[in-house]
Design a protein around this ligand. Structure first.
Ligand code: KG4
Ligand code: ZN
Length: 320
């Protein structure tokens, strides 16, 4: 059994996954409410909360799995990218757990973790495929040939897709993080009401700053009561523009690289319109789209683990 830990942003998460990729426990303590009044994640506040939550969350995962530390054979932890202080809490906890039991430790790349959310039971996906990874921090097109990694073939030149959703949600007066709330509001709106531009770049990169600015101007141009009436239309049109950009680039990349399989992972993969727009794609299960530790434990199965004491001086890294 693999014990996975994830603390790269504002979710404190622990999971127990078997070597075959069966999830025995997947516990996520979200700090979203804690950061909501600040309109975004406050790194120092996140680190402190991870420190308070990491032991109870690990304990919770073991209880849920009906297991004890005696059953754990490998500890997996996110080493980066993410908030450095937040990462260090998870990494230190993982080192302590592994060292105390003489267990190996697998440092996992958070983005590899998102991709590995596709490799879990009951419907594990087999590479090769073209991956779209869309989160609050990244929008990447990935050439995935095997389960041990990926090659980045496209990225965003400005905002990530999740960031664009969050900023749009903020403009529409929805809370933080607003992606899911915008998705819900959009369901009551007309996606054709506004024509927001989708940036057309050469190559396989994304850009979301233009559509965000277009929404800003549309919002500014409306009186308060009018804005209230058009909010759902604005949300639906904005979502449509982002999803169209994601879908068209992803299909173009798949064609260019000769992949007949598309897979979508990350928080934005939970978006209802994106899921509906790619009916033939492999979509990460809803519970595994946003940050969790089951995906980290899953990725650890395809990473070379470090034996004790080799991991004691392992460092977290903020950048990818
Ligand atoms: O993967 P994730 O939990 O964290 C990062 O690694 O960044 O992704 C979080 C992002 C946030 O920007 C959130 O607003 C977005 O995923 N998100 C959504 C939806 N659910 C979460 N965006 C659009 N529609 C959703 N239903
Ligand atoms: Zn993530």
């Amino acid at each position: 059994m693999i014990l996975g830990l994830e603390t790269s942003c504002d979710e404190t998460a622990a999971a127990v996954v078997t070597g075959e990729g069966e999830i025995r426990a997947n516990v996520v303590a979200s700090q979203a409410a804690l950061h909501a009044s600040f309109g975004g994640v406050v790194p120092e506040v996140a680190s402190r909360r991870h420190l308070e939550l990491v032991a109870p969350v690990v304990r919770g995962a073991l209880v849920e799995a009906d297991a004890t530390l005696d059953d754990v054979e490998l500890v997996a932890v996110t080493a980066g990218p993410g908030l450095i202080g937040a990462l260090l809490v998870g990494l230190s906890a993982a080192k302590a757990l592994a060292w105390g039991r003489g267990l190996p430790l697998a440092p996992v790349d958070h983005l590899h973790g998102h991709v590995a959310s596709l490799y879990l039971e009951p419907e594990p996906l087999d590479p090769p495929f073209l991956g779209l990874l869309a989160t609050g921090g990244h929008s990447l097109l990935l050439d995935v040939r095997d389960r041990s990694g990926y090659r980045v073939v496209g990225t965003t030149i400005d905002d990530a897709a999740g960031e664009a959703f969050d900023k749009g949600a903020r403009l529409l007066g929805l809370g933080y993080p607003g992606g899911a709330a915008l998705d819900r509001l959009a369901a009551d709106g007309d996606p054709e009401a506004y024509d927001f531009p989708v940036a057309r770049l050469d190559g396989l990169d994304f850009s979301f700053s233009g559509v965000k600015t277009a929404l800003l101007y549309a919002v500014r141009g409306l009186a308060v009561d009018e804005l209230e009436r058009r909010r759902a239309d604005l949300a639906a049109s904005y979502q449509r523009a982002i999803v169209r950009a994601l879908v068209s680039r992803t299909r173009a990349a798949a064609e260019e690289l000769g992949h007949d399989r598309i897979a979508v992972v990350g928080g934005v993969a939970a978006n209802s319109e994106l899921r509906a727009s790619l009916p033939d794609a492999a979509l990460a299960p809803l519970a595994l789209c946003t940050d969790n530790a089951a995906m980290i434990a899953s990725a650890a199965r395809f990473v070379e683990p470090l034996a004790p004491p080799a991991y004691l001086d392992l460092d977290a890294h903020a950048a990818a």
